[in-house]
Design a protein. Structure first.
Lengths: 327, 284
């Protein structure tokens, strides 16, 4: 097995006047999950379409399972499972017939395909609807059936294009569970998502794309660190007017003090080791600390910091402050 | 280029080839079955091969029948049956165009494109499913014909030969319809193909009336129309009245040879073309 199972190298792709990809490169090591994160129209789906042999890049190279996608698309198709963004199912067939068809067309024996189909219908909670025509399925059911279809032949490489978009929370959890199980089995997964929590929950590494370019690349932790937007909040036992002056050098910036003088807040670059330092400094100044809370930046903060859109991050802080007020 | 090149090389060339062929046959069978399931889900799709033939038979025999004389005699019922078969099978190929245009609009085509399948199976499976519905159509035409008094004195082999001649032509024509469907922006525009191309093709022929009474230029077109050759061929095989035999054009003198030649020619041109259109339509 190749060490790198998915590799995109300088992919360019335009549709007419619209540039979908402007030099995207990333790679996914065997057995890991890469989250391709970006807003609508960032180029995530185009990258997936190129890697799954559905689209040809204008420039660049792509490899899946060590096979050149452009030179040997047929061989690549034997290695991949794809759950596309628009559920790619036959509305006039039943769920079971859809899966069996996919199995047969992938080279499985019909009996083998039927067994596997039944297994997956069970796994995705579709057993009751298995013999109903897909046209009558809800959006969530279609999504799950599409995921089942992508896993039918147990391919070593999976492409999941926004697998939980439009799903209700329960279905979403269900899909997450299944993906986590897959990860344990050594499958390599490329997952695109608009949801930061999804990337955070499932991906080993995250590549952030915007306007057809990679704007950040790292583990969820690395990306959080890079955003420099941790937040620390200290609650004192008694109001201490000089407390702000004591911690200001430690947090390296502006300290906000609540009206009652009990709560101090500050944005910090890095939260590492900070809590200990703050408690020690305040203790030495003779002040008792009731509570200290360090909040790691959410991926939302990271994403908005990277894409330059700050409205969401501000909203988050506002939300946190109102939570603090209630507490 | 092919996927096969990447499989373990221990299999010798011959075995590899056999496996490839077997896989393709299986792909085609799966796709054919899929299209037949579609028909079973929407039986109204079958109206143009079940209700329409019955309707046309009754309309032509009882409304036009009395008013159309057959040169050198013979019953219009015996004359019209081959024509009805040609008419119904020609116009029913519209289903291939609409079916493929619909497929291209469904997400399922992307699924097929990511599977390690033989892609032309999408087209071949469609054409075979349509051939099976054409066979059903032929049975309906024959039964309706027998019910209203069509008779043939030909041998069973010749009778089957007549049906086979028309079915083979319809099969080749369905590949032309496939080309149209693959170039249509929507299933609706594919359907208009039926009215713009197929109906004139079926009617400007000897299928409904002897061509002798047509204006000269139109008769020339009609006598060289493949539908005329196919219809005359079936009439000749069934021993039914065939006034076209009196016409000097080569296809009318040799209708069986002419219809086989037409069908082979159409198939040889349209099938590779359809496969190319399919590739083009599914490349981005």
């Amino acid at each position: 097995m190749a060490d790198t199972m998915i590799e995109a190298d300088g992919l360019y792709k335009s549709y007419g006047q619209t540039r979908a990809l402007a030099g995207v490169s990333f790679s996914v090591p065997a057995g890991s999950v890469l989250g391709l994160l970006g807003p609508n129209g960032a180029g995530k789906t185009t990258a997936v379409r190129i890697l799954t042999t559905l689209a040809l890049p204008d420039a660049g190279r792509a490899q899946v399972a060590g096979i050149d996608v452009l030179a040997h698309p047929g061989a690549v198709r034997r290695q991949i499972g794809v759950a596309a963004q628009d559920a790619t199912l036959d509305g006039l067939l039943t769920g079971r017939q859809n899966l069996t068809l996919v199995g047969e067309l992938s080279g499985m024996r019909t009996s083998q395909a039927r067994i596997r189909a039944a297994e997956l219908l069970e796994l995705f909670d579709l057993a009751d609807a298995a013999d109903r025509v897909v046209k009558g399925y809800s959006g969530g059911m279609r999504r799950r059936l599409d995921l089942a279809a992508s896993m039918l032949t147990r391919p070593p490489v999976l492409f999941l294009d926004e697998p939980t978009t439009g799903l209700d929370p329960v279905s979403r959890q269900r899909v997450w569970e299944v993906i986590r199980e897959l990860i344990g089995s050594g499958v390599t997964v490329l997952l695109t998502t608009q949801y930061l929590d999804e990337a955070d929950a499932l991906a080993d590494r995250i590549v952030v794309v915007n306007h057809g370019q990679v704007i950040a690349d790292g583990t969820p932790l690395e990306l959080k660190d890079r955003s420099r937007s941790a937040h620390v909040e200290v609650t004192l036992a008694e109001p201490g007017p000089e407390a702000a002056a004591v911690i200001a050098p430690l947090v390296g910036g502006h300290v906000s003090v609540s009206a009652d003088g009990l709560r101090l807040g500050a944005a910090v670059d890095s939260a590492s080791g900070l809590a200990t330092a703050l408690v020690r400094a305040l203790d030495q100044a003779g002040m008792l600390v009731d509570n200290i809370e360090v909040r790691q930046p959410s991926l939302d903060d990271v994403f908005f910091a990277l894409t330059g859109a700050n409205a969401g991050a501000d909203a988050d802080v506002a939300e946190l402050e109102s939570e603090g007020a209630q507490a | 280029m092919t996927a096969i090149a990447h499989r373990p090389r221990e299999a010798a060339g011959d075995r590899l080839l056999t496996r490839t062929v077997a896989e393709r046959v299986r792909n085609v069978a799966s796709m054919t079955r899929r299209n037949l399931v579609h028909i079973s889900r929407e039986p109204m799709q079958l109206s143009d091969v079940t209700i329409q033939p019955v309707l046309f038979t009754v309309l032509f025999i009882y409304i036009f029948g009395g008013a159309i004389p057959i040169p050198h005699g013979g019953s219009y019922k015996d004359f019209i049956l081959a024509g009805l078969l040609s008419l119904n099978l020609t116009t029913s190929t519209m289903g291939t165009a609409v079916g493929l245009a619909t497929d291209l609009h469904e997400g399922i085509i992307d699924r097929f494109r990511t599977l390690p399948m033989w892609r032309p199976a999408v087209l071949v499976g469609r054409s075979l499913a349509d051939l099976l519905t054409a066979c059903l159509c032929a049975v309906v035409v024959a039964v309706t014909g027998l019910a209203v008094g069509w008779r043939t004195s030909a041998s069973p082999l010749a009778i089957i030969g007549g049906f086979a001649l028309v079915l083979f032509f319809a099969y080749s024509l369905s590949w032309v319809a496939a080309c149209v469907g693959l170039n249509s922006s929507s299933p609706e525009s594919a359907a208009s193909f039926g009215f713009i191309v197929l109906f004139p093709l079926a009617f400007v022929s000897n299928a409904m009336v002897p061509t002798q009474h047509m204006p000269g230029w139109l008769q020339a077109i009609a006598d060289w129309n493949p539908v005329s050759a196919v219809t005359a061929g079936a009439r000749q095989l069934w021993g039914n009245p065939n006034p076209s035999a009196l016409i000097n054009a080569w296809p009318m003198q040799h209708p069986i040879e002419a219809s086989v030649a037409w069908s082979v020619l159409i198939l040889a041109v349209a099938a590779p073309l359809a496969s190319r259109y399919f590739r083009r339509r599914t490349t981005e």
